[in-house]
Design a protein around this ligand. Structure first.
Ligand code: NDP
Ligand code: PHD
Length: 338
């Protein structure tokens, strides 16, 4: 077994990590960390478990550690669900100390030596880990993209060979995306908030790297423009996107491209049978009905029509965060980095 820990284990993403790792076939969940407020106490006493799956009792009496390099020094992998400002220096120190850091925080995403990885979309970008090693780092940092960016990039991948010229996207994002203390009920009930700080910038920039080409030493980014408009809506989980793509193909060719696309590998424990599920019904995907497809790891696509226009939707704390990060770690194991 590979010994792993979760940094920020009490939060919205941290709890998803605990859920996914409590009974993982390859990874043994050994250490949970959080802030000084929680450190030194049993996990079950400090976590406000908000997931629908039952609390994993076997981890309940694990004493929460402070989030320090020393607390995780004996692990192989740490999964980070830390706030970005805390993650920046801590994740770098942990990677320098020899750990594999699979992070959800935005701090290192655009570092040219750090893979911005979606396992099924750009698995060859793991080659950047060798670049980190060549520069003297014993471990490595591998980051997840922003949650809305993951849904967008998965949906654009099948259209890439068809000459994408321009992308516009409008999002309807769940409350859980802002973390447990992110948005008060009084602000979001019966409301839509047409602003999510820095989200539109991340959606424009991150796909350039994800969908770019690894040339052996760096990523050559894609060049088409992506314009995003992001909204917070009163659903608990699931980010929906309306996407407009200008490409060199017509709508029928686009439909075939979506339907025929398949992940470049199969069989990893957290990998869904289908990375993309294509709906033909005119009123799908729907957030509540479809966010748990593939145990929350499938990105649903529907309403593919002239324009080219389509709807994409996925679970923001599973495919958009913890689940993708665990799958990334499984890919690293498959590729021999662990
Ligand atoms: N929610 C989502 O859908 C997504 C989130 N992300 C990213 O994942 C990260 C976590 O987000 P989320 O789970 O939503 O956030 P939450 O606010 O729900 O959780 C934050 C976690 O970090 C811990 N923490 C807070 N301050 C410190 C500190 N000073 N030192 C150590 N630990 C600390 C908290 O511990 P304590 O309980 O003790 O305060 C808690 O465990 C963020 O970087 C976010 O941007 C990425 C993609 C999607
Ligand atoms: N901002 C996203 C979630 C998130 O935390 O993204 P990032 O890790 O890029 O800051 C949302 O609110 O839905």
């Amino acid at each position: 077994m590979i010994n792993v820990g979760v940094l920020g284990a009490t939060g919205a993403v941290g709890q998803r990590f605990v859920e996914l790792l409590a009974d993982h076939p390859w990874f043994h969940l050994q250490t949970l960390t959080a802030s000084e407020r929680s450190a030194g106490k049993p996990y079950e006493k400090v976590v406000n478990w908000r997931l629908e799956t039952p609390f994993p009792d076997e981890i309940g009496d694990c004493i929460v550690s402070p989030t320090t390099v020393e607390a995780v020094a004996d692990l192989d992998i740490v999964f980070s669900a830390l706030p970005a400002d805390i993650a920046r220096s801590l994740e770098a120190e942990m990677a320098d100390a020899g750990l594999i850091v699979c992070s959800n925080a935005s701090s290192h995403r655009m570092d040219p030596t750090v893979p911005l990885l979606i396992a099924e979309i750009n698995p060859d970008h793991t080659g950047l880990i060798d670049v980190q090693h060549d520069r003297g780092r014993d471990g490595c940092i591998v980051t997840n993209p922003n949650c809305s960016t993951i849904m967008l990039s998965c949906s654009l991948a099948p259209l890439l060979p068809h000459g994408i010229r321009d992308v516009k996207v409008a999002t309807l994002q769940a409350i859980s995306g802002a973390g447990f203390d992110g948005i008060p009920g009084m602000a979001i009930c019966d409301n839509v908030i047409p602003y999510i700080g820095s989200e539109e910038e991340k959606m424009s920039e991150e796909p350039r790297k994800i969908l770019g080409t690894f040339n052996g030493s760096e990523i050559e980014p894609i060049t088409f423009p992506i314009s995003a408009s992001c909204n917070r809506v009163p659903v608990i989980d699931g980010h929906m996107l309306s996407v407009w793509v200008e490409a060199e193909c017509g709508v029928e060719e686009a439909k075939k491209a979506f339907e025929n696309w398949a992940a470049p590998f199969s069989g990893l424990p957290t990998q869904p049978d289908k990375t993309l599920h294509i709906f033909s019904q005119p009123d799908r995907p729907q957030t509540r009905l479809d966010r748990n497809l593939g145990d929350g790891m499938t990105v649903s696509i529907g309403r593919i029509r002239e324009g080219i226009r389509y709807t994409a939707m996925g679970h923001n704390t599973i495919r958009g965060a913890a689940g993708s990060s665990v799958l990334n770690a499984e890919l690293l194991k498959k590729k021999g980095y662990i």
